[in-house]
Design a protein around this ligand. Structure first.
Ligand code: PCA
Length: 205
């Protein structure tokens, strides 16, 4: 495989006692290619000590772009994350039972890094199709934020990189008694976003 000929899309496995994670179940519904780029999907562990190794393996593929996905079970819309914070702080243990308090993701590194996705272009495309969508100013301080921060700090600056939090899908929404966006619509939204990754990557600030 030629270097740089693929886009990597990641999701996470289940966590927090939930039966599944739409960020993983949506992956097989995504297109296999966008133009001349192959879409490679992977599921990351919800374990703070293992995420770096899993990401390093993916970076070795020299992706042309990286889109990370995760679940935000309390949100009602697909959320384009604007920034990653250099903070790990979570009381709810990860899947290995680890907790963190006031710890940097990367010691000595900047407090925040901006998404390198064309956030506004994606948001406009979604809204034009009535897909529930928003910009979000916080990816939290758990695994999703850690992943976004690590990728933004380690991938080349010309590699579109960022994070989208997904709301519950119909299965999880029904189980949790929360609003949901059907998985098929989430997959359509993500296919649109993948098609826009090459657009102007200036992040709104
Ligand atoms: N959501 C969590 C971690 C894994 C996931 O899908 C988060 O928002 O950090």
């Amino acid at each position: 495989m030629l270097e740089g000929m693929r886009i990597i899309v990641t999701g996470f496995g289940p966590f927090g006692g939930m039966s599944h994670n739409p960020s993983a179940t949506v992956l097989p519904l995504l297109p296999k290619r966008i133009a001349d780029l192959e879409i490679h999907t992977a599921i990351l562990p919800v374990e703070t000590t293992r995420v770096q190794d899993a990401l390093s393996e993916l970076y070795a593929e020299k992706p042309r772009a990286v889109l990370h996905l995760g679940l935000a079970e309390t949100r009602t819309a697909l959320s384009l994350e604007r920034v990653a914070l250099n903070v790990l702080d979570f009381e709810r243990p990860d899947n290995a039972g680890e907790r963190r308090e006031d710890v940097p993701v990367v010691p000595g590194a900047p407090l925040a890094l901006s998404s390198r996705l064309p956030l506004r272009a994606i948001l406009n495309a979604w809204r034009a199709r009535a897909i529930p969508a928003q910009l979000s100013s916080s990816a939290g301080t758990f695994l999703c934020n850690q992943t976004m921060y690590l990728s933004l700090s380690q991938l080349p600056s010309d590699c579109p990189t960022g994070f989208i939090h997904l709301p519950p899908d119909e299965t999880l929404g029904t189980q949790l008694g929360r609003p949901f966006v059907p998985l098929k619509l989430q997959a359509e939204a993500l296919a649109l976003a993948l098609g826009l990754l090459g657009s102007d990557t200036h992040a709104p600030v």
